[in-house]
Design a protein around this ligand. Structure first.
Ligand code: DAT
Ligand code: MG
Length: 153
């Protein structure tokens, strides 16, 4: 099964949306294998948003991401990277589809409540960026019997 990284961003922490957001992923059938609160520093943000380092909004993005703690989640499931991106919705939240987290809970491009890895390659770098190996928990989830057909498990 594939693993992916989600960060519940400072705006969601401030707005009391943490439980609601985790609940969306749980209800989808994704398995929570890592969860922690952390305050991000400049070094990790430069690495995490390296693809945006030369954008005029980078400093604002970095300040926003440092403005409160975030909640890091590692989610596991069949094709979890794409599934989590679909549940998350597009970057510009006010245009995101209803039913997605960004579509239902946000209006902004930068304050868009969650980060989600955008590809398997990104997820493979991002999960270890935010979680040590001993913070990822392998366990049997009985729900999988109902979430997946036998040949998908
Ligand atoms: P996503 O978070 O959907 O993967 P991204 O990787 O292109 O989007 O950008 C990362 C974050 O940077 C995004 O969630 C919010 C911020 N951002 C992107 N484009 C922006 C813009 N034009 N103005 C302000 N913030 C932006
Ligand atoms: Mg991205």
């Amino acid at each position: 099964m594939e693993r992916t990284l989600v960060l519940i961003k400072p705006d969601a922490v401030q707005r009391g949306l943490v439980g609601e957001i985790i609940s969306r992923f749980e209800k989808k059938g994704l398995k929570l294998v890592g969860l922690k609160m952390m305050t991000l520093d400049e070094a990790v943000l430069r690495e995490h948003y390296a693809h945006l380092a030369d954008k005029p909004f980078f400093e604002g993005l970095s300040n926003f991401m440092k403005s409160s703690p975030v909640i890091a989640l590692c989610l596991e499931g069949l094709e979890a990277v794409d599934a989590v991106r679909l549940v998350t919705g597009i970057t510009k939240a006010r245009e995101a589809d209803g039913g997605t987290i960004r579509g239902d809970f946000a209006m902004s491009v930068s304050c868009n409540v969650v980060h989600a890895s955008d590809s398997r390659e990104s997820a493979e770098k991002e999960v270890p960026r935010f979680f040590n190996p001993d913070e990822i928990h392998e366990y049997f989830k009985s729900e999988y019997v109902h979430v997946y057909a036998e040949d998908e498990r």
